[in-house]
Design a protein around this ligand. Structure first.
Ligand SMILES: C[S@@+](CC[C@H](N)C(=O)[O-])C[C@H]1O[C@@H](n2cnc3c(N)ncnc32)[C@H](O)[C@@H]1O
Length: 349
């Protein structure tokens, strides 16, 4: 696509740039991005130096200053991937989480920027928050937008080697074609697998790797290594541990007659399947099924980045924990790339 005619997008809550990367691969020009996290900012500009980044709280970011960047051109797409933790079933906090309302900032940006489409991506729990959903719908309808009903898609259907259920809502201006969800690119039976994604990587040394700073193994404790050795390759789980190696916290729950909790902890990924959903703890075997299918270690940051479909050339800034946070929070690049065609202006599909 000729760059001078490329459709234009703005990426709100851009994180380390998963959405931006997917949009660029689909032929969009991203002109502005907003995120208040300074680690994400560093990663983002390493990879997308031509995008104007607002490293600010979205509530204090001026929509007018983004409008100026458009220089009178129309905005084709506004992407809004607000923090999902407040809507997640994993969030057991009873305290009110103010972040739940951040998504509503999109109304203010829509009023000023008048994008043709607004694309919301979040966890399925978003659609269950009636206050947020009603306010979002009401606010955008007043501005003349038509909203789709929330639909849950699995990133695995869109060339991502990972099970990742996401809620998608699209608001479109009345004058543009209604949004139609593109059909799966990799439907069940034709998934991209863990094997296709990470099996060809070289050995990961423990601690540091000068060739590829993301491809190193954590140093596991001797107890953790002993547990991993008891868990069978290619999908084994902590059920296989002898009594002497069962974690005290699990033993206590089971002795109390509680049904099994956290069954995926210490589990291995399966070679010929998709990976489980990656979270910010994706390189920690105590946080989920994040052990390598056959090596006695957690997956590396490189493996996690590839399972999120970041290209090998994508650079990350920050400590290992900060990189895992950015990767786990990202929207998979291929999911965005494969959905973005539905937002291309007519005649360019
Ligand atoms: C789900 S992540 C976004 C992932 C990103 N779209 C990607 O593809 O990599 C949500 C982001 O919201 C950012 N965020 C949270 N509170 C914010 C605020 N008040 N203002 C701006 N950004 C915020 C976080 O730093 C985080 O990067």
């Amino acid at each position: 696509m000729d760059k001078s005619f490329a459709p234009i997008a703005v990426d709100l809550f851009c994180g380390c740039g998963g959405v931006t990367e997917g949009l660029k691969q689909a032929g969009f020009t991203v002109i502005a991005a907003v995120d208040n996290n300074s680690i994400c900012y560093k990663t983002y500009i390493l990879n997308h130096p031509n995008v104007t980044f607002f490293n600010k709280d979205i509530r204090k970011t001026s929509a007018q200053s983004i409008k100026k960047l458009l220089c009178g051109q129309k905005l084709d797409l506004l992407v809004v991937c607000a923090p999902c933790q407040p809507f997640s079933r994993l969030n057991k906090s009873v305290k009110p989480d103010e972040r739940v309302y951040l998504i509503l900032q999109s109304i203010r940006f829509a009023r000023v920027l008048r994008p043709q489409y607004i694309f919301f991506e979040n966890v399925p729990g978003l659609s269950k928050n009636n206050i947020v959903m009603d306010t979002l719908k009401g606010g955008l309808e007043k501005l003349g937008y038509v909203l789709t009903s929330p639909v849950v898609v699995d990133a695995a259907d869109y060339e991502v080697p990972q099970r990742r259920a996401r809620c998608i809502i699209v608001a479109s201006q009345k004058k543009v074609d209604p949004f139609i969800l593109p059909p799966p690119v990799t439907p069940n039976g034709n998934r991209k697998t863990v094997r296709q994604t990470i099996a060809d990587l070289p050995e990961a040394p423990i601690g540091e790797n000068f060739e590829d700073p993301l491809h190193f193994s954590r140093k596991h404790s001797s107890k953790a290594l002993e547990r991993l050795r008891h868990i069978s390759h290619d999908g084994g789980s902590r059920n296989e541990l002898p009594a002497s190696l069962v974690l005290a916290c699990h033993k206590k729950l089971e002795d109390a007659g509680e049904p099994k909790h956290y069954c995926d902890v210490y589990g291995r990924m399966r070679w010929d399947s998709v990976s489980p959903t990656l979270t910010t703890g994706c390189t920690d075997i105590t946080k989920g099924r994040y052990a390598h299918p056959c090596k006695d270690r957690a997956i590396t940051l490189r493996e996690a980045a590839l399972l999120q479909t970041f290209p090998l050339t994508y650079k990350f800034s920050g400590t290992p924990g900060e990189v895992a946070m950015q990767i786990g929070n990202a929207v998979p690049v291929n999911l965005v790339k494969n959905l973005a065609g539905a937002f291309l202006p007519k005649g360019e599909k």
